[in-house]
Design a protein around this ligand. Sequence first.
Ligand code: HEC
Ligand code: HEC
Length: 272
Amino acid sequence: MRQVSAVIALAGFTLTVYLGSIVGGFRVKDLSSFQDNIERHPGMAWRAPSSDSLPNNAKGESIRRGLLIFNETPLYATRYTGAKLSCSSCHAEGGMQPFASPVVGVPTLFPMYNERAGHVISLKDRIQECFVRSENGQPLDYNGEAMRNLVDYINWLSTPQPNHQPFRGRGLVNLPDLKPDPVRGRAIYATQCAGCHGESGQGRAPMFPPLYGKDSFNDGAGMNGVRKMAAFVQHNMPQNRKGILSPQDAFDVSAYIHEQPRPSFNSAYKKF
Ligand code: HEC
Ligand code: HEC
């Protein structure tokens, strides 16, 4: 029952944000459903900042827009997004889910040395990377509105806690290095993943993101690495039965997904 109610809650949450944003344009005033979603996780010591703390001014408006872009990227950043993926497809629960590469607390980590880029990058550069790779899209205007909205949202999520509770669960879980078996992975895919992500990885946007094929992330994305995907999958998937996959299962199914077709990275953006 919990799984069903979780799916219903997620559907309700998405629908509320979706309808709210259509009715109010970008001026979504009521974030109560967003807050409810958080309050269903009382075990988390860290608590998302209350929507009451959103200032009633241009900054507050920008944070709200950032939230919308983060959760419905193809809809609110259409021009820059190639995949049918939102930031929250990977940075689950609006970037707040531990060990799903949460964005809480990341602003203080930048500027940071980035191995892929080979130099020090800013938070904005990191966002661009996810646009050109994970979103299979284009870079944003560095000083444009969408970039400002996303940075404001991430900063707001990272506001220090009133009770000084640290946020735990940065990045992904650490898995041992295992030898993957994609043939075994194929069977796992059919029984544990295809129900939501589709027989041919196409997903059902916007609820269930694609895993491969033309609407997925490109082959320059971090998620295209078997090890990285395995770490994501082992801890966060199947979304309604988290924790059932062993690290070996996660490697196997990720290796199977890795063998499937997906868009190629546009090398014009290789500086990101
Ligand atoms: C296909 C999955 C995927 C999508 C979609 C995606 N990202 Fe990411 N993102 C990742 C992965 C994987 C990492 C690296 C995490 C790691 O190595 O621990 C990452 C890292 C980041 C980081 C740095 C986090 C850290 O801990 O250093 C930021 C910030 C970020 N992404 C923002 C975004 C934004 C904003 C969007 C939407 C425009 C987005 N991402 C879309 C997969 C994705
Ligand atoms: C009950 C539905 C459901 C099932 C079953 C499920 N997923 Fe997901 N998956 C989701 C949702 C929803 C997301 C978006 C993130 C979130 O909200 O947790 C997601 C996100 C992902 C992502 C990152 C985004 C992307 O599209 O690349 C990967 C990778 C992934 N799932 C892999 C798997 C694998 C592998 C399995 C099977 C072992 C699986 N999922 C089973 C619903 C599901």
